[in-house]
Design a protein around this ligand. Structure first.
Ligand SMILES: Nc1ncnc2c1ncn2[C@@H]1O[C@H](COP(=O)(O)OP(=O)(O)OP(=O)(O)O)[C@@H](O)[C@H]1O
Length: 590
C-alpha cells in the first residue's frame, strides 16, 4: 500500500530529463545550447517562485534581485579568486541572497497582498538603482567568470546547469514530502489553522523567504557562469514581475510547472521576436495570463493535476472503508462515576485547563462575561448554549485568537495570557475551527502530521487513520468529503495527544451515522490520547453521549454547570434553548 513515507523518488522523470540533456549536449547547435542554458537558469528562478509564492502563498516581486545578489557574489569571488572554485562561489551566492531574503522577509512579515507586493517591488527597484550605479565585479574589465572544471565549453556548462536544476528539483521533492512542506502549504491555506496547529507563521514565511532567496541566488550565479560577465540589465525588477506572472499562471510549485515556466520565460520572447513582435511585449502576454489565472483561482498545472486526481478519487473513494458505527453510544458520564463538579478528576488530579473570570468585549458587546470553568484531566466537557452565547469567542480567547481579554487562561497551573496562538498550541491547547480549514493540496497522511503538530511514525499514522475510519495516508485531500475532513481534523489533533483539545462543532454537516461514529471515537479520546476535550456542539444527543460534564453559556455567562443529565433538566437551560424546548427527549420522541 502506498503511504506518505513510502513515496519513491521520481526516477522516470529524472531519467527522461537526463536523456533530453544528453540530446542537447550531443546534437544542439551553439545558439540552441545558449538559449536552453538560459532556459535552465529561468527554471531555477521559477523553482524559487515555487517556494515563496507557490508553496507559502507569499507574494514576492524581487526574486531577480536575489538572483542579482547571487551573480554579484560569484563575480566578486571570481575577481578575488576565492578558493573552492565555481561550485563554492555558487553556494556563496545563494547564501548571500539568503541574507537579503531574511532582510526583506523580516519587515515584510506583517504585510500581505498588495502591501507585500509593493514592499518587495520597492526592494527590487531600489536594487535596480544600486546595481546600475556600482556595476558588477569584473564588468568593467571584462573579467569572465571561470566555469567549473570539466564544464568549460557551452555544451558542458549546459549539462552543469541542468545538474544543478535537477539537484534542486530533488531537494524540493523532498521538501514536499516533509512536515515542513505541509507546514508551508497550511500557511498558504490558512494562517489561523497553521497557528492553531502550533506552527509559527512568521518562522514558516521566513524559512520560505530564505530558501527561495537561496535558489534565486544560485540562479543568478548560474547566469554569471553562462554569460561570463553580467550587468544590472540582466536582473531588472521588470523581469521579476513578468516571471512572477508566469509563476502564477503555470504554478511553479509543481515540478512540471517550474520546467514549463522556465522554458516559457526564456524561449517565448525569442519566438515572438521571430514573428516580428518586440521581445519586451512578452511581459504583457504573461501579465494577461496571470490576470486570467487570478480570476480562475487555479494555476494551469494545479488545474490539470486536480482533474487527474478527480478521476482517481472515484477509485480511491471505494477504499475509504469506514468502521461500522455503533447503534447507540452509551453516555460517558454514566460509565465514569466521579465528582465532575470540583474540577478534580476521579484520580484526584488538578484541572488541565481553567478560565478564570474570562471576559471578551467587542465594542459595547460583552461576548464572554466573566466565565470561570475548568476542564479536569481525561475528561470531556461540553460547552453548549444558544447561537451567539459566546462559545466560539471563549474558545478563541483560550487559544489566543482574540486581540485582548480580561481574566486569565491557565493550562496545567501555568497562565497563558499574552501568549500568541501558535505558542499556546505548542504548550498543549489544540483546537479545531467551526469553518473547515483543511488544505486541498495535501494528502491525508501529510495533513494528519500537520494537525498533530509533530512528526509521526508511519505505523502510527496508518493506525490512527484506520481507527477513525479515515482514508489511507496517500489519498489526496481533494478526494475526501467534508464529513471525513472534519473527522480527519479530529484524528490529527488527537494524534498529537495534547493535554487539551477544543473542538468547535466537529459534527457540523454530519449525517446521523457519521455523528454516531464521531461520538464513539470522541468518547474514547481522553483515555486513548490522555487528553481532555472541551466540546462545543449543538447536537445534544452527541453531547449527552460524549460529555462527562456540561457548561451552559447564555449571553456570555455561565448559567449552568455539572453532569449532563442534571444540567439539561435545569429551568434556566430549558429557557435559554428556544424558550423552553425539551432537551431531554430523543429525536424519536420529540
Ligand atoms: N469579531 C467579532 N466582532 C464583533 N462581534 C463578534 C465577533 N465575534 C463574535 N461576535 C459576537 O459575539 C457574540 C458571541 O458570538 P460567538 O460566535 O462566540 O457565539 P457562539 O455561541 O459561538 O454562537 P454559534 O453557536 O452560533 O457559533 C455574538 O453576538 C457575535 O455576534
Amino acid at each position: 500500500m502506498k503511504s506518505l513515507t513510502a513515496a519513491r523518488p521520481p526516477t522516470l522523470s529524472l531519467l527522461l530529463g537526463g536523456v533530453a540533456v544528453l540530446l542537447v549536449y550531443l546534437a544542439a547547435s551553439s545558439y540552441l545550447t545558449f538559449l536552453l542554458t538560459g532556459a535552465v537558469v529561468s527554471i531555477v528562478v521559477m523553482q524559487s517562485f515555487g517556494v515563496i509564492t507557490g508553496r507559502a502563498g507569499v507574494i514576492s516581486l524581487c526574486q531577480m534581485s536575489f538572483a542579482a545578489i547571487g551573480a554579484w557574489t560569484v563575480g566578486w569571488a571570481n575577481v578575488g579568486d576565492v578558493p573552492g572554485g565555481f561550485v563554492v562561489w555558487l553556494v556563496l551566492g545563494g547564501l548571500a541572497a539568503v541574507v537579503a531574503g531574511l532582510a526583506i522577509g523580516l519587515p515584510a512579515l506583517r504585510l500581505r497582498g498588495m502591501s507585500l507586493a509593493v514592499a518587495t517591488f520597492a526592494f527590487a527597484t531600489s536594487l535596480d538603482v544600486v546595481f546600475g550605479a556600482i556595476n558588477f565585479p569584473g564588468q568593467d574589465e571584462f573579467n569572465f567568470v571561470a566555469r567549473p572544471e570539466g564544464f568549460t565549453s557551452d555544451s558542458e556548462y549546459f549539462v552543469f546547469a541542468a545538474l544543478v536544476a535537477a539537484a534542486l528539483f530533488l531537494l524540493l521533492w523532498k521538501l514536499d514530502r516533509s512536515r515542513m512542506g505541509g507546514v508551508l502549504i497550511e500557511i498558504r491555506h490558512s494562517e489561523r489553522a497553521a497557528a492553531a496547529h502550533g506552527i509559527s507563521v512568521a518562522r514558516g514565511k521566513l524559512a520560505a523567504f530564505a530558501l527561495s532567496a537561496f535558489i534565486a541566488g544560485v540562479a543568478g550565479g548560474l547566469m554569471a557562469g553562462q554569460l561570463g560577465v553580467v550587468s544590472a540589465t540582466n536582473f531588472t525588477s521588470a523581469t521579476s514581475v513578468s516571471f512572477f506572472a508566469i509563476a502564477l499562471f503555470i504554478g511553479t510549485h509543481n515540478p512540471e510547472g517550474a520546467l514549463l515556466g522556465g522554458l516559457l520565460g526564456a524561449v517565448f520572447p525569442v519566438l515572438i521576436d521571430q514573428v516580428g513582435i518586440p521581445q519586451d511585449l512578452s511581459a504583457m502576454f504573461f501579465g494577461v495570463a496571470a490576470i486570467l489565472i487570478l480570476r480562475h483561482g487555479k494555476s494551469q498545472t494545479d488545474d490539470i493535476r486536480s482533474r487527474h486526481r478527480a478521476k482517481r478519487a472515484k477509485r480511491q473513494a471505494q477504499e475509504q472503508a469506514k468502521p461500522v458505527a455503533p447503534a447507540r453510544t452509551e453516555p460517558v458520564a454514566a460509565r465514569r462515576p466521579g465528582n465532575h463538579e470540583s474540577g478534580v478528576d476521579t484520580e484526584g488530579r488538578p484541572p488541565v485547563l481553567e478560565t478564570r473570570e474570562l471576559r471578551v468585549r467587542f465594542g459595547n458587546l460583552v461576548a464572554v462575561d466573566g466565565v470561570t470553568l475548568s476542564v479536569p484531566a481525561r475528561t470531556t466537557v461540553g460547552l453548549v448554549g444558544p447561537n451567539g452565547a459566546g462559545k466560539s469567542t471563549l474558545v478563541n480567547a483560550v487559544t489566543g485568537f482574540v486581540d485582548g481579554y480580561g481574566g486569565s487562561v491557565v493550562l496545567g497551573g501555568r497562565a497563558l495570557d499574552g501568549m500568541p496562538a501558535h505558542r499556546r498550541a505548542r504548550a498543549g491547547v489544540r483546537r479545531s475551527f467551526q469553518q473547515l480549514r483543511v488544505p486541498d493540496a495535501l494528502n491525508v497522511g501529510m495533513f494528519l502530521q500537520v494537525a498533530a503538530g509533530k512528526r509521526l511514525p508511519k505505523e502510527e499514522i496508518d493506525e490512527q487513520l484506520a481507527w477513525f475510519g479515515c482514508p489511507p495516508a496517500y489519498v489526496p485531500m481533494e478526494a475526501v468529503d467534508v464529513a471525513t475532513r472534519r473527522l480527519l481534523e479530529v484524528a490529527g489533533l488527537a494524534a498529537g495527544a495534547p493535554p487539551v483539545l477544543l473542538l468547535d462543532e466537529p459534527a457540523a454537516g454530519h449525517s446521523s451515522g457519521e455523528t454516531r461514529l464521531l461520538a464513539s471515537r470522541l468518547a474514547e479520546i481522553p483515555e486513548r490520547s490522555d487528553t481532555s476535550v472541551l466540546l462545543i456542539e449543538h447536537d445534544i444527543e452527541l453531547v449527552r453521549a460524549v460529555c462527562d460534564e456540561l457548561v451552559v453559556l447564555d449571553f456570555g455567562r455561565v448559567i449552568a454547570q455539572g453532569p449532563p443529565e442534571r444540567v439539561l433538566r435545569e429551568e434556566a437551560v430549558l429557557a435559554a434553548y428556544l424558550g423552553g424546548s425539551d432537551l431531554n427527549k430523543t429525536p424519536e420522541t420529540r
